[in-house]
Design a protein around this ligand. Structure first.
Ligand code: UDP
Length: 440
């Protein structure tokens, strides 16, 4: 299929949104679409233009911040979101107008989660837009229910983790399975602000109910049917290898020396950080498992502070970053200790990797629930009552439990095969993407 249309993709500059939207851009380019990819300049600077297919034009945006992956941000998330919206509104308007002035207007704008204001900018300039939702369908359903009739029920029980929530069309949940922004105990102060962003997303869907979503039909069929007012167009899994920086061969060479399915891969995505107490417990769990491990600790300083750093380096490998899709696809990987970010979850499902779910915030608790109880591809770590951290022996228990577990093996293979099928020619995710492009 070849298309002559021109699409502007605007992405919030978080790793969990850049990766799926860039993969989406690459798929569009392969279909002949002329794509402009707009996000913060520090992101476009490190995208390896040699690897990304020709056809993507980058439109860097100056967000006024100097965020570095692995380092603590110097401003609050709220401040960053607000500045990104202010600078982004002007930048996106200018990109749209200047393309129109040159006689090459955009046919459509696609924008990611966290930046609903893009829809307003596009509309003001007469261009239609579509949300690319980068979390599971069940999460959008939950937010939809919260802002459409369930706010009181959820808010008035948000300090009771065991409170049962039976939301129409969704699996039975408890308050502990809800996105962290609803939970009183999660202790972050940006809840209200973040909830207002999700509300704006839902409001936009009143006039543009069709969304693209990084999931696939078999995985979330019920959740995608739960709400009549939202039309889900699943196009996932978006799980290609990323085009970032220069490839580091050292950990691949190290993995190459390990037996099949022997290595524990540990990563907490690009946002969450373990407290030093929790990192010490993780170290105990990994050391006591007796297994080789590849552990991503984004901040080098945090790694060097670990009391058992010498033993850790003997038994495993610690890196600041890796190409996760490549690692998950390596035959030496036996399980993934994950914070259950949506991309990590989907990438592991698509690669057929057993999971130890250790959710931190946002949608991760819900994803962990699905991993353990619905898709049955892993186990979730438990905290002792009153404990802030998960103990090393619990981490060890979960790792030993999932490694080689036969029931989990059967399930991961099922999801892996389905995930492969949907993105083949004739697969539903591929045909959905084609019909989206045709409609544009
Ligand atoms: N990732 C990676 N290398 C790492 C850690 C993470 O390539 O060492 C990628 C991972 O493949 C995923 C993204 O970063 O695509 C993280 O997104 P996710 O939704 O899992 O979590 P978040 O970062 O949003 O918490």
């Amino acid at each position: 299929m070849t298309s002559n249309c021109k699409i502007l993709i605007v992405t919030f500059p978080g790793q969990g949104l850049i990766n799926p939207s860039l993969r989406f851009a690459n798929r569009l380019v392969k279909m002949g679409v002329d794509v402009t990819f707009c996000t913060s300049q520090r992101v476009t600077d490190i995208i390896n233009k040699e690897i990304t297919p020709k056809g993507v034009t980058y439109a860097p945006l100056f967000d006024g911040h100097n965020l570095v992956i692995g380092k603590k941000p110097t401003s609050t998330f709220q401040q960053f979101l607000s500045d990104f919206a202010t600078k982004g509104t002007c930048a996106v308007a200018e990109i749209i107008c200047s393309a129109a002035d040159k006689g090459q207007p955009f046919d459509h704008v696609v924008y990611t989660t966290m930046i609903p204001w893009v829809a307003h900018v596009a509309k003001a300039h007469g261009v239609k837009s579509t949300l690319l939702w980068c979390q599971p369908a069940i999460i959008l359903d939950i937010y939809y229910y919260y802002f459409n009739g369930y706010e009181k029920l959820i808010s008035s029980n948000n300090n009771n983790p065991m409170f049962p929530l039976n939301l129409p069309g969704l699996p039975p949940l408890t308050m502990a399975d809800m996105p962290s922004f609803f939970l009183k105990e999660s202790g972050r102060n940006d809840h209200e602000f973040i909830l207002s962003i999700y509300k704006e997303h839902i409001d936009v869907l009143k006039t543009a109910p069709r969304i693209l979503i990084n999931t696939f039909n078999e995985l979330e069929a019920e959740s995608m049917k739960a709400i009549e007012n939202i039309q889900f167009l699943p196009i996932g899994p978006l799980d290609e290898k990323d085009a970032y920086g220069t490839p580091d061969e050292s950990y691949v060479n190290w993995l190459n020396t390990k037996p099949k399915k022997s290595v524990v891969y540990v990563s907490f995505g690009s946002v969450a950080r373990l407290s030093s107490d929790q990192a010490e417990e993780m170290a105990i769990g990994l050391l006591n498992s007796g297994r080789p491990f590849l552990w991503v600790i984004r901040d080098e300083e945090e790694a060097t502070k670990l009391s058992k750093i010498h033993e850790l380096k003997k038994q495993g490998m610690i890196v600041q970053w890796c190409c996760q899709v490549e690692v998950l696809g390596h035959e030496a990987i036996g399980c993934f200790v994950t914070s259950c970010g949506w991309n990590s979850t989907l990438e592991a499902l698509a690669a057929g990797v057993h999971m130890v779910a250790y959710p931190q915030w946002s949608d991760q608790g819900t994803n962990a629930k699905m991993i353990e109880d619905v898709w049955k591809v892993g186990v979730r770590v438990g905290k002792k009552e009153g404990n802030v951290v998960v103990e090393g022996k619990e981490i060890e228990r979960c790792v030993q439990k999932v490694m080689g577990d036969e029931k989990i093996s059967v399930n991961v293979l099922k999801w892996k095969n389905l995930a492969k099928k949907v993105v083949e020619d004739g697969g539903l995710s591929t045909s959905n993407l084609k019909s989206f492009v045709v409609d544009v």
